[in-house]
Write a protein that binds this ligand. Structure first.
Ligand code: ARG
Length: 564
């Protein structure tokens, strides 16, 4: 609709003799609350000052002077000009863009020449990769795809938590209870078991924590044995993460984690000091942020070792120098909002003029069937188990619904993973969510499987009918017009998803599109429609739906099997 609105706005601006410019008209255009008030409405109130007339008189004047191929007729309603769009024109427009153009409908060049860095997923190595990471992983990747769709050059970074005291804990646990062969066999499961055991034992015996700190210190000082263990743990963890990323079809451009910045922090600490920002507080070095209503940002511990914010500051500078980003986006749970606000402020105070290009995108917590998750107690739902359950259940449903389907395993994978991701991305990101597997997997509800099933239906129609040819559109039913309207909305949904960093806008759009398509499918015969022009138009609408729905699902990291 963005372009159609633009056309209309230009025509209205011309009809007003230029008393208002087209951009202002476009911003003012409204969607009326019900269909008998038209498809769009222009409130004339703001023109009454410039044109020195009452709004109804202006509406009448515009209605006489206005002409635009996208609009069939206009009606004056008080101070509003109600616009009724030309259905066939709109259908031809969207079909042209979504079926016969060489670029996907909704994609743009808005971000041409601009680089966006996205920091997401970023699990803490050797800790479980659990359902809490679902948010950062899929929101982050979806934002990457959305930005790419809008023409930005994107760099996805997995800022691995590969440094810190947890390695001291793991090394200690390994030395005390570890079994090399067991780890080689069970890989991450065994590492997590050791990590969990460490916490259980340290509850009873605090000296274990001292041991862990000492092991980490040794690691920081370059102890070879500890370094080798550290590398080994990272390799094991990465191999594990890759399996989940492969399921989601996610890859990263960089895995530079926290350890990568070890030698890049001193220069930034010096810069903070030189700017007169560093204060000593109880032995630790901090930047006081009281003036900005925040607790101090910790830069160095008492023993001089660096902290999470120190690494983030060094990483931001490195990324700016390496990628010259126009935006650097961080996707983490809302629990880290203060952390980001603090160090963003420090970067600004350091005098970096790109501080305002750092964006934190927070999301709410996830619980499963009401249960809160805790990493340290071992009471966690691992992401891989969640996906495995979903895939398994999908396979069961497919066996039942469509026992003869080829590649059942692959389809079950796409449906199971898609169901989890779709369900997760269907609510606003900041809201806490309770994940219920049955809800995610239902084929009847507003779910991923339902959207994928609708997509497969469009594929099946086109398989039988063949790819459609261009037509002079013939629109005869409300269901067709409604579908056209929803199809047209895709570009603005993409734009608003990007502007608000909100993939759920696309998820909800996909559901609206499925609903409009399924109403059309049930009410309008397609393959056995007798009027050749109507049939051809309907096939084009099926094809447009297939392409737009497919792209919408792709943008939210949901697979699109052609047969289910
Ligand atoms: N590793 C952190 C965690 O799991 C997330 C890192 C986010 N990115 C960053 N640059 N701080 O909580």
């Amino acid at each position: 609709m963005i372009e159609i609105k633009k056309q209309i706005a230009e025509a209205l601006s011309a009809a007003a003799g230029g008393a208002i410019d087209a951009v202002a008209v476009q911003d003012a255009l409204e969607y009326p609350p019900n269909a008998d008030m038209g498809d769009l409405a222009f409130p004339c109130f703001r023109l009454s000052k410039v044109m020195r007339k009452a709004p109804p008189a202006i509406a009448a004047e515009l209605s006489a002077a206005f002409s635009c191929p996208a609009v069939e007729r206009v009606e004056v309603a008080g101070g509003y000009l109600n616009l009724f769009l030309n259905k066939a024109y709109l259908a031809e427009y969207v079909i042209g863009k979504a079926v016969f153009a060489d670029k996907p409908y909704g994609s743009s060049e808005e971000g041409k020449g601009k680089t966006v860095v996205l920091d997401y997923s970023s699990p803490n190595v050797a800790k479980p990769f659990h359902i809490g990471h679902l948010g950062t992983t899929v929101i982050g990747h979806s934002l990457k795809k959305l930005h790419e769709f809008a023409g930005y050059h994107c760099i996805g970074i997995n800022h691995l938590g590969d440094w810190g005291t947890q390695f001291g804990k793991l090394i200690t646990a390994y030395r005390l209870w570890g079994d090399k062969e067991k780890i080689e066999r069970d890989e991450i499961d065994e590492l997590v078991a050791l990590y969990v055991k460490f916490h259980a034992e340290a509850e009873k015996d605090d000296s274990l924590n001292d041991k862990a700190r000492a092991e980490f210190k040794k690691l920081e000082d370059g102890d070879e044995e500890n370094l080798a263990l550290w590398k080994w743990f990272i390799e094991i963890s990465l191999r594990e993460y890759q399996k989940t990323y492969a399921l989601l079809d996610i890859s990263f451009d960089s895995y530079n984690g926290e350890s990568f910045y070890t030698d890049k922090m001193a220069a930034q600490v010096e810069k903070i000091r030189a700017a007169g920002l560093l204060k000593i507080d109880d032995g630790a070095s901090i930047v006081d942020l009281e003036e900005y209503g925040m607790p101090p940002c910790l830069i160095l511990k008492r023993d001089g070792s660096t902290l999470y914010p120190t690494r983030d500051i060094a990483a931001a500078v490195y990324r700016k120098n390496t990628y010259d980003f126009d935006k650097c986006i961080y996707v983490t749970s809302a629990g880290q909002s203060l952390h980001f606000a603090q160090w963003f402020k420090v970067v600004e105070l350091m005098g970096y003029d790109w501080a305002d290009k750092l964006v934190h995108v927070p999301y709410g917590t996830v619980s499963i069937d009401g249960a809160k998750l805790a990493t340290r107690t071992g009471n966690v739902v691992l992401l891989k188990d969640l996906f495995a359950t979903a895939i398994d259940k999908s396979l069961g449903i497919i066996e039942e619904k469509n026992p003869d389907l080829e590649n059942k395993e692959d389809v079950a994978k796409a449906v199971g993973v898609g169901a989890v991701v779709f369900h997760y991305l269907s609510g606003g990101r900041i809201k806490d969510m309770n994940f219920i597997m049955e809800d995610a997997l239902s084929f009847d509800g507003n779910t991923g499987p339902y959207a994928q099933y609708t997509y497969a239906r469009t594929c099946s129609i086109l398989r039988r009918a063949g790819e459609p040819a261009a037509v002079a559109a013939k629109i005869t039913t409300d269901e067709e017009s409604e579908l056209v309207k929803v199809l047209l909305r895709f570009p603005e949904k993409v734009k608003s998803a990007i502007d608000d960093y909100e993939p759920s806008t696309v998820t909800r759009y996909a559901l609206d599109l499925c609903a409009a398509f399924n109403r059309f499918y049930h009410e309008c015969p397609i393959l056995n429609c007798e009027d050749a022009d109507i049939r051809a138009t309907r096939l084009c609408l099926v094809s447009a739906t297939k392409n737009i729905l497919g792209n919408a699902l792709h943008l939210i990291c949901v697979g699109t099997p052609e047969k289910i």
